[in-house]
Write a protein that binds this ligand. Structure first.
Ligand code: NAD
Length: 283
């Protein structure tokens, strides 16, 4: 039987430093932390020479003073930080890794767009400190990942798996990390031998669809926080599962939950499935 995830009140209180605090996710995480009594913001970090550097974080966000200065080096706040929360850019995350290794500080990382070799650096860090990484930290998407695997298993081979990825116009990477994770969840449930089933179809005479492939369609525009639809396309019916993030708070809430959860864990690389107890065989 599956239990609902733990509440913030049932997890340890933590002090977080927020990398990329001037970014869309950085701001959402601080604003969500202000609503969460069990999470304190120890510092907000911007890239060097950013106009917010040295200012009060609350004033930057249009709120009352938070008695917390924005810094341009995470090293300035590591002493009072339990967990670093990073939603930035792969290069920025790579620069953070040696600092976390030296200070033995836990990491919650939501940054996407890593090359395989870059991601290996996160794996190495996780041998020394606890790390949660997830392409999508919302509760809904992580439940969807479980459901997609189950549906694929239940429907069997007769249904084609296709995914739609819709995001705001500023998103840098494509397809989204979430679309790739959904493809992997669906493909693994069917055939563990398929190395990389993902197909991004080009314009032109591309030929018929291969049975094993998982097509991802990418749409970008406006301010869409994130939308994914997983299609199971049969010959006489189709099943569609859609997740819509209506606000970045969905990811911020997951990131704060992960920060509270990871703080007391041993070194290791964890996912939101671990944070939410979806990997626990007892549940
Ligand atoms: P954004 O561009 O609005 O913000 C990124 C911020 O990081 C910018 O303010 C940038 O100046 C800052 N930054 C870059 N290098 C830095 C450094 N060395 N030190 C400090 N700050 C630095 O982007 P965003 O929409 O907030 O997304 C950020 C990342 O999070 C992307 O990879 C995105 O795909 C990912 N994301 C993940 C989830 C999830 O649930 N895992 C959800 C939304 C976005």
């Amino acid at each position: 039987m599956m239990h609902p995830p733990q509440t913030p009140e049932s997890l340890p209180a933590v002090r977080i430093a927020v990398m990329g605090v001037a970014g869309r996710m950085g701001q959402a995480i601080v604003l969500e932390a202000l609503e969460t009594s069990t999470v304190t913001v120890a510092g907000g970090v911007v890239r060097p020479a950013h106009p917010w550097s040295g200012l009060d974080l609350g004033a930057c966000l249009g709120r009352k003073s938070l008695a917390c200065r924005v810094v341009d080096s995470v090293q300035d706040v590591l002493e009072t930080t339990d967990v670093v929360v990073d939603f930035t850019h792969p290069q920025s995350t790579l620069e953070l890794i040696p600092l976390l290794s030296a200070s033995h500080t836990a990491l919650v990382c939501g940054t996407t767009g890593f090359q395989a070799q870059e991601f290996d650096a996160l794996k190495v860090l996780s041998q020394e400190v606890p790390v949660v990484w997830a392409a999508n930290m919302s509760l809904g998407i992580n439940v969807l990942l479980s459901v997609v695997a189950q549906v694929r298993h239940l429907l069997g081979d007769g249904y084609d798996l296709e995914i739609l990825d819709l995001h705001h116009r500023q998103k840098k990477d494509a397809p989204s990390g979430t679309a790739l994770a959904l493809a992997s969840a669906g493909a693994q449930a069917r055939d563990a031998h398929t190395a990389d089933p993902v197909v991004l179809r080009q314009r032109g005479l591309i030929g018929a669809r291969q049975k094993e492939e998982v097509g991802i369609g990418v749409l970008r525009g406006g301010t869409v926080a994130g939308e994914h639809t997983v299609f199971f396309l049969g010959t006489a019916e189709r099943l569609e599962l859609t997740h819509r993030a209506v606000d970045r708070r969905a990811f911020a809430q997951g990131a704060l939950r992960a920060a509270q959860w990871v703080y007391s864990r041993p070194a290791g690389l964890y996912t939101m499935r671990d944070v939410l107890g979806l990997n626990d065989p007892q549940k």
